[in-house]
Design a protein around this ligand. Structure first.
Ligand SMILES: [Zn+2]
Length: 150
């Protein structure tokens, strides 16, 4: 089921302005958030347009959580955060997606919810995004999560 008003479904410029696709997972797509205030910050969007976790079939929910867990493990190994935050909001973009946000003690927003306020955004050069995506893909491959580099 596709929703034309949803950028996760249409994959339009609104999506491209916020994130870069890294790879497909079992039942979701992994994106690198362009705001890298928290190094390795990603978004994992479920493959089809559903609003809530409870609307997934049991098997889909199992694989969605697997996808989230696998990515978090790789981010932990790569960037050694003190804690990874997970957040499902969707007030404005209702397509089921989760923010995966590695946090480091004594850095911005430690001990509080991460935000999307413009003052905190940290953008990288295209080369740095490419390098980061490559690093995450290598991590996924080494973890047996990706079979090949695409
Ligand atoms: Zn959607």
């Amino acid at each position: 089921m596709e929703n034309r008003d949803c950028f996760y479904c249409s994959k339009d410029q609104a999506l491209e302005s916020l994130m870069i696709e890294i790879t497909k997972l079992n039942v979701s797509t992994l994106y690198l958030n362009k705001d890298q205030t928290h190094k390795g910050r990603c978004i994992i969007a479920f493959d089809r347009h559903v609003r809530e976790l409870f609307q997934l079939k049991q098997e889909e929910r199992y694989y969605f959580i697997e996808d989230i867990s696998n990515v978090a493990k790789v981010l932990d190994q790569l960037f050694h955060p003190d804690k990874i935050n997970f957040a499902i909001y969707g007030d404005l973009v209702s397509h089921l997606h989760i923010h995966v946000v590695p946090k480091v003690k004594d850095s911005p927003e430690w001990g509080e919810a991460f935000v999307n306020s413009p003052k905190s955004k940290k953008y990288l050069s295209q080369k740095n995004y490419d390098d980061l995506i490559h690093e995450i893909k290598i991590g996924l491959k080494q973890g047996g999560i990706l079979n090949g580099l695409t």
